[in-house]
Design a protein around this ligand. Structure first.
Ligand code: IPM
Ligand code: MG
Length: 368
């Protein structure tokens, strides 16, 4: 059975980190008969340069047709002045919206070898393993109206709209509860019901979904600002956090930093299972951005991209053992003291993007 992967390396460090994933895919195809069929397209600034759009219709169709999409990163100062609707980020948002990837899974795991490089005290983060489930196709990112109007008196007015329907909150909380059952069985829902109507509805629907179908899971609620505070105070109190698009964007960056570096964290964005085949549309991407300051220098950390591929194996192809082997290879290379610049520490050896990728592949072959 072939497995189609559509690669969208994007801008900045996206292409360099994707090269390291290709090494793993090539090895799995050649040595393990994995049967991945690859195609590659353009997204973000690179697509804008080629087509004047953040993603072409042709590449959009390929993304919709593939078993899974691997996405690098988009954006950079070069495109700061392009019109808003064709800015690099618009490509990513279009993919999320048209593929209906409503569930964004962002694990924050602190590798033992990196516990000392967190900005928080070692005992606060050591052994950390939490999962942020972010709603990804609704809320203020997509709500209409979304406008800037000239009021004609030297003033302008900007409007974004935060909007959620019951079904959107039901399906994202369902994903969070299901995943909690495979972990430590706890969900904390975060919103701002003290000031926002969407927060009131969010709270109500999460509670109702819990009562109806998931009462075996422990559910707590927190205001999102307090949740941010608790994340840096004692993150190990959490198992699964479920929250909306905007709060999830912010809280997942905070959670990422707990683990020592933004360069470590993968994510999976999933759609609903197809009623016939049971397959979900899916896109996998690092939580980090395009890091234009180091792009092309061979210094980028490829681990988040590689770990995103591991999530792809797990969630799109049910290749649980292979995914675990990649995660173990990453942990072992870190244990050996190899570090890219972003996670460099005393007594460790600094390596570049390619060397890090090679070391992970070497470890993987050894364990295979
Ligand atoms: C993320 C990013 C994106 C977002 C940007 C690039 C549009 O910050 O995936 O977290 O805000 O969702
Ligand atoms: Mg973000």
């Amino acid at each position: 059975m072939t497995k189609s992967l559509f690669l969208l390396p994007g801008d900045g460090i996206g292409p360099e980190t994707m090269t390291e994933v290709r090494k793993l895919i090539d090895w799995m195809n050649q040595e393990k008969g994995a049967g991945f069929v690859l195609d590659e397209g353009l997204v973000g600034g690179s697509a804008h340069d080629a087509h004047g759009k953040a993603i072409s219709d042709d590449d959009m169709a390929k993304a919709l047709g593939a078993d899974a999409v691997l996405f690098g990163a988009v954006g950079g100062p070069k495109w700061d002045d392009v019109p808003y609707d064709v800015r690099p980020e618009a490509g990513l948002l279009r993919l999320r919206k048209e593929m209906e990837l409503f569930a964004n899974l962002r694990p924050a795991i602190c590798y033992p070898a990196l516990a000392a490089s967190s900005s928080l005290k070692q005992d606060v983060v050591e052994g950390l393993d939490i999962l942020i489930v972010r709603e990804l196709t609704g809320g203020v990112y997509f709500g209409e109206p979304k406008t800037i109007t000239d009021l004609g008196n030297g003033q302008k007015r900007a409007v974004d709209t935060q909007v959620y329907d019951t079904y959107e909150i039901e399906r994202i909380s369902g994903v969070a509860f299901e995943l909690a059952r495979t972990r430590n069985n706890k969900v904390c829902s975060m919103e701002k019901r003290n000031v926002m109507k969407t927060g009131v509805l969010w709270n109500e629907v999460v509670s109702a979904t819990h009562k109806e179908k998931y009462s075996d899971v422990e559910l707590t609620h927190m205001l999102a600002d307090a949740g941010g505070m608790q994340l840096v105070r004692w993150p190990k109190q959490f198992d699964v956090i479920v929250t909306d698009n905007l709060f999830g964007d912010m809280l997942s960056d905070v959670a990422a930093m707990l683990t020592g570096s933004l360069g470590m964290l993968p994510s999976a964005s999933l759609g609903a299972p197809d009623p016939k085949s049971g397959k979900r549309k899916a896109l996998y991407e690092p939580v980090h951005g395009s890091a234009p300051d180091i792009a092309g220098s061979g210094k980028a950390n490829p681990i988040a991209m590689i770990a995103s591929f591991a999530m792809c194996l797990r969630y799109s192809f049910n290749m649980i053992e292979e995914a675990a082997a990649i995660d173990a290879a990453v942990a072992s290379v870190l244990e050996q003291g190899l570090r890219t610049g972003d996670i460099m520490a005393d007594g460790c050896t600094e390596v570049g993007t390619g060397e890090m990728g090679d070391a992970i592949l070497y470890q993987l072959r050894k364990s295979a």
